[in-house]
Design a protein around this ligand. Structure first.
Ligand code: SF4
Ligand code: SF4
Length: 202
């Protein structure tokens, strides 16, 4: 029967080198411990950035770019800027937005599409902000509200346009001002000694 040549290595020091010995291993262990302790001491004296939430709920300030909840901006007269174009709904990869519009007749008899209901399902939003980027009127954006926990999922479906709100009306376009009549070009008069031509004879 063929004898297999088997090498047995000593892995005591973790590197397969059995020649380090007791004091070499001890030295490595102490250096490793010192490295860990150095990190511990550095972090111990570094100013803390941990937020004591929820104790600091009233003073908590999120980063400016934090995306909390999608919101529709309204002014003090309860007007928004959404024209119900549906671009945000088309841009959303998760079918989170539903824009419901209706057609109304304006005072001058024209038909106009207006927003009836802007539905946002917070439960399926991935906070990618594609909807905000797609909106040509800056009608929507993210606020910093992040406490979203509810017991009923249906409460995550929010209506973003406030009751009774309407779209900000654009100021009526001014009628084009009448152009002043062009002055007839004066013909140059021939000076004394100048040869009269068709252009300078009155
Ligand atoms: S942030 Fe993204 S997922 Fe959420 S509503 Fe906007 S487009 Fe949809
Ligand atoms: S929020 Fe903006 S993109 Fe979405 S329907 Fe309104 S105007 Fe269009």
């Amino acid at each position: 029967m063929k004898q297999e040549n088997i090498k047995i290595r000593n892995y005591d020091n973790g590197e397969g080198d059995g020649n380090v010995g007791y004091f070499g291993g001890l030295s490595r262990a102490i250096r490793s411990l010192a490295t860990g302790l150095k990190t511990t001491m550095r972090e111990f004296f570094t100013p803390k950035i941990t937020e004591q939430y929820p104790e600091n709920r009233k003073t908590l300030k999120m980063f400016d770019r934090f995306r909390g909840t999608l919101t529709m901006y309204h002014d003090e007269n309860n007007n928004h800027r959404c024209v119900a174009c549906g671009l945000c709904q088309a841009a959303c990869p998760n079918d989170t937005i539903k824009v419901v519009s209706e057609t109304v007749t304006t005072e001058d008899g024209k038909k106009k599409r207006v927003l009836a209901r802007y539905e946002y399902n917070l439960g399926s939003c991935i906070f990618c902000q594609l909807c905000v980027n797609a909106c040509p009127h800056d009608a929507i954006g993210f606020d910093q509200v992040f406490e979203h926990a509810v017991f009923d999922r249906s409460k995550l479906v929010l209506q973003l346009n406030r009751p009774g709100s309407k779209v900000i009306e654009k100021p009526a376009a001014k009628p084009a001002a009448e152009k002043p009549a062009a002055k007839p070009a004066e013909k140059p008069v021939a000076k004394a000694g100048e040869k009269p031509t068709e252009a300078n004879v009155k």
